[in-house]
Design a protein around this ligand. Structure first.
Ligand SMILES: [Cu+2]
Length: 116
């Protein structure tokens, strides 16, 4: 009888641990943020140049060029230098249209539209 109780306790513990792990995995996968949009800075361009996102979307720029660029977002009071391979993320919360450009290369322009 004692053996059965011991086994049952073991099963319960195992179940708890297994469930705990499952839960943790679920949380981790939801943390891989479905509301992340990536923009490549490459060949002196932002690609894609125009994106439309929902509020609370994080936009990540990656400088894939071999020269430095900047991200200057007009309505967000942001200016960020990006050296080659650098990344910059910004979370867009409010509904608006955000024009941005590279101050080093004024022809490089992009637009982020945040709408519901
Ligand atoms: Cu540039």
């Amino acid at each position: 009888m004692k053996k059965i109780i011991f086994l049952l306790t073991g099963v319960c513990l195992f179940t708890l641990i297994a469930c705990g792990n499952t839960k943790e995995k679920a949380v981790t996968s939801s943390n891989q943020n479905p509301s992340l949009t990536e923009i490549s800075v490459e060949n002196m361009m932002f690609t894609p140049e125009t994106i439309t996102v929902k509020p609370n979307t994080t936009v990540k720029w990656t400088n894939n060029d071999s020269v430095e660029h900047t991200i200057k977002i007009d309505n967000a009071n942001i200016e960020k230098n990006l050296k080659p391979s650098d990344e910059f993320s910004y979370k867009f919360i409010e509904l608006n249209s955000y024009n941005y450009s590279c101050t080093i290369h004024p022809d490089m322009k992009g637009l982020i539209v945040v709408e519901k």
